[in-house]
Design a protein around this ligand. Structure first.
Ligand code: ADP
Length: 452
């Protein structure tokens, strides 16, 4: 297994960045702190200079010495070095716990190596300031920088210790997170592998918590559900096709076999006509299934335009009036003016034709068919009612499924696909359709479409 997985690489990258940022911040703080300490030491030296200059000015050389002795008495000699060199360059006075080298190089304030005498002798670093007094003598003042050095060293050690601790803690926490992330990503991979291996689309991701992983899991689950439904649909359709085409194919085969045996031109012709009609029926089933498949899989391209629904429905009534008359049915329209939807004219015409065809087919002679349409809030409601046999309440949902027919004797022609197409087309338009009972005594189909 690859150890440098994406989360581990991410964690290592972050750690490197963190260490770099820490070193930069430490470097900056360190330089600031050491500059501040040096400024403070230099300020102490300058204060001393000011005091000694003043004493020299007021009381001369004796005053200068007294001032130095007082300083040492009040502060202790340990950390300080004082030297007065007369105009000839000879050391005239020396005091303090630090001993300056014979000659002190440089000017102003500088770092010099000195010897410490007394309780803890040894070499030391000191800041030394030298200045000349009026009349020739030169004064050197030195101060031990060990304390500042120790402070800086303490700071360095503290930084190292906390730095190491924080890096270790950070690495541990990051690795823990990385492993957790990896575990959750692994769950996705496992699911995918399981599906690829077994083809079982009913598996789902466990949804934990409320983070991006949970959202991803929810989306993956929604996708799986949709794929599962599509695959089920395809399976069902192929089962239905096999089932519904078996009888016409058996009939065709029997018909053709009989005709071949009889060898009679009149029978041949009648057989051919029956074959043609059966083939027509099979073609209708195929075309309907194809449209349904496309509509439900979202592969159908809608040519949606603003459609004057009032005029469109009036046209449909006109179109079906002759057939209704022929079947001794009364077909009437009660259509509110000014209704409009945003839709594909051809698909809506197909949906409405299927409903009207059914009414013409199932309503016995002498009956009534009424097409009503009106605005209902933000929707348009189309109601097709008839005085036919109606639909039993328990079948009102089922009839919209493929191949459902409740005509028990199956005497009337039909495929059982008409209402499934109506539902698919109406839903493609963001609408809904349902069956109900009509005041006319028969069936009522209520189609709702979003108004334009
Ligand atoms: P079919 O090709 O059988 O008409 P449909 O999907 O159009 O298929 O209709 C499904 C079933 O619903 C029909 O078989 C019929 O039993 C019932 N049905 C549809 N419309 C009506 C109606 N207006 N009155 C009574 N029954 C109907």
């Amino acid at each position: 297994m690859n150890v440098l997985t994406a989360p581990v690489r991410l964690v290592l990258g972050f750690l490197a960045l963190y260490i770099l940022a820490s070193v930069l911040i430490f470097g900056y703080l360190y330089s600031q702190l050491s500059a501040a300490l040096i400024t403070q030491i230099d300020k102490a030296l300058l204060d001393q200079q000011r005091l000694l200059v003043m004493r020299y000015h007021d009381y001369g050389r004796a005053g200068l010495r007294r001032a130095i002795e007082n300083q040492i008495a009040s502060r202790g000699r340990g950390e300080w070095a004082y030297r007065i060199v007369d105009a000839e360059g000879k050391v005239a006075f020396e005091a303090g716990g630090l001993v300056l080298p014979q000659t002190v190089p440089g000017k102003g304030v500088r770092d010099v190596e000195v010897d410490r005498v007394g309780p803890s002798p040894g070499k030391r670093r000191a800041r030394v300031l030298s200045f000349a007094l009026p009349g020739g003598p030169k004064v050197f003042i030195g101060i031990d920088t060990r304390q500042a050095g120790e402070l800086m060293q303490g700071f360095r050690h503290a930084f190292m210790r906390t730095g190491i601790l924080v890096v270790l803690l950070g690495a541990a926490a990051s690795l823990w997170f990385a492993r957790r992330f990896q575990g959750r990503i692994e769950a996705f991979s496992q699911l995918a592998r399981r599906i690829v291996k077994s083809g079982d689309l009913s598996s789902r991701m466990p949804v934990q918590g409320n983070d991006e992983f949970a959202t991803l899991a929810l989306n993956v689950n929604a996708m799986l559900e949709r794929i599962e439904r599509l695959v089920q649909g395809i399976r069902q359709v192929s089962d239905n096709i096999a089932h519904d085409l078996r009888s016409p194919l058996t009939r065709l085969r029997a018909d053709v076999e009989v005709a071949l045996q009889q060898n009679d031109p009149a029978t041949d012709r009648a057989t051919l006509e029956r074959v043609l009609s059966e083939l027509g029926g099979m073609q209708t089933i195929f075309n309907s299934l194809l449209s349904l498949g496309q509509a439900e899989a979202g592969g159908m391209r809608l040519k949606r335009k603003r459609l004057d629904l009032s005029a469109f429905l009036a046209e449909m009534v006109d179109l079906y009036s002759p057939s209704a008359e022929e079947r001794e049915l009364e077909l009437a329209g009660e259509i509110a003016p000014g209704l409009a939807v945003f839709g594909d004219r051809q698909l809506l015409a197909q949906a409405l034709s299927n409903l009207l065809d059914n009414a013409l087919k199932y309503v016995p002679a002498g009956g009534t068919i009424l097409l009503r349409a009106a605005r209902a809030g933000s929707a348009v409601e189309i109601l097709l009612e008839d005085s036919g046999p109606g639909i039993a309440p328990e079948m009102r949902e089922k009839i919209f499924e493929r191949f459902t027919r409740i005509d028990p004797s199956r005497t009337l022609p039909g495929t059982g696909l008409g209402l499934a197409l109506v539902k698919a087309f109406v839903e493609l338009h963001g609408g809904s359709v349902r069956a109900a009972e009509s005041a006319l005594g028969g069936a009522a189909f209520k189609v709702e479409l979003p108004a334009a």
